[in-house]
Design a protein around this ligand. Structure first.
Ligand SMILES: Cc1cc2nc3c(=O)[nH]c(=O)nc-3n(C[C@H](O)[C@H](O)[C@H](O)COP(=O)(O)OP(=O)(O)OC[C@H]3O[C@@H](n4cnc5c(N)ncnc54)[C@H](O)[C@@H]3O)c2cc1C
Length: 198
């Protein structure tokens, strides 16, 4: 059975996250909702005090905290505001594929960049015709020379318009297809036509 008793360090973390949510998020959450504006200052403050990217291992510049500690922080951020909390914690989701399957070089580059500056990453799975059903995904990533060309259309991507790198599953090689697309979240490929929202 998993022991979910919090350590003293985790209790301190919870208190710190709670205080941050109470002081920095709750007083202004409604303003951001009402005006549909972007909480860049909150993101920068959260990054500054170490409440983002807690999952990133020390060798890539993060604190390498355990998943329970991440959940504790996430819970408090969500208490502050579920929308802002989702944006603050999305780097964890976005970097999972890299942490699981990335080469050392890719990990250094993409995990490292999130700990060097308050940057955001996105996980781009959902498409207009594919959400839960991942096999319905139509986006392609085709290797051309030493670069990938990504073609597809995405929606509901957390931080999609603000992100510095994007990750997500891809379908097996297919020819690039035409897409409906507006300027994307920046991907590491040379050309991308993925559109995003949220
Ligand atoms: C706040 C928020 C943030 C999000 N952020 C991201 C993000 O960062 N990146 C991203 O990729 N997506 C993101 N999403 C999208 C989210 O992951 C999708 O909404 C989700 O995958 C469901 O897809 P869908 O909306 O197309 O619903 P559908 O896939 O159409 O599902 C609708 C219903 O049908 C059921 N269903 C689907 N397929 C089957 C099946 N084969 N058999 C039986 N039942 C089925 C589902 O369980 C569900 O009840 C976000 C969504 C929200 C609300």
């Amino acid at each position: 059975m998993v022991d979910l008793t919090l350590t003293d360090e985790q209790k301190d973390l919870r208190e710190m996250a709670h205080n941050f949510a109470e002081k920095e998020i709750r007083p202004v959450a409604w303003d951001y909702d009402r005006d549909s504006t972007w909480p860049q200052d909150i993101i920068e403050k959260a990054w500054e005090v170490g409440l983002m990217n807690t999952h990133i291992p020390e060798e890539y510049g993060g604190p390498g905290l355990d998943y329970l500690s991440g959940c504790i922080i996430e819970e408090e951020m969500g208490w502050g505001c579920s929308g802002i909390g989702t944006s603050l914690m999305c780097n964890g989701l976005a970097t999972s594929p890299i942490a699981i399957g990335g080469s050392e070089e890719v990990k250094k580059k993409y995990l490292g960049m999130l700990t060097e500056e308050p940057k955001l990453a996105s996980f781009c799975l959902t498409e207009p015709d594919a959400g839960s059903d991942v096999s319905g995904m139509r986006t392609t990533a085709v290797k051309m020379g030493d670069e990938y060309v990504i073609n597809g259309s995405k929606c509901f991507i957390t931080n999609g318009r603000r992100t510095s790198s994007a990750s997500g599953p891809r379908t097996p090689r297919r020819s690039p297809s035409t897409t409906s697309a507006s300027p994307p979240a920046t991907c590491s490929a040379r050309r991308t036509t993925a559109s995003s929202s949220r």
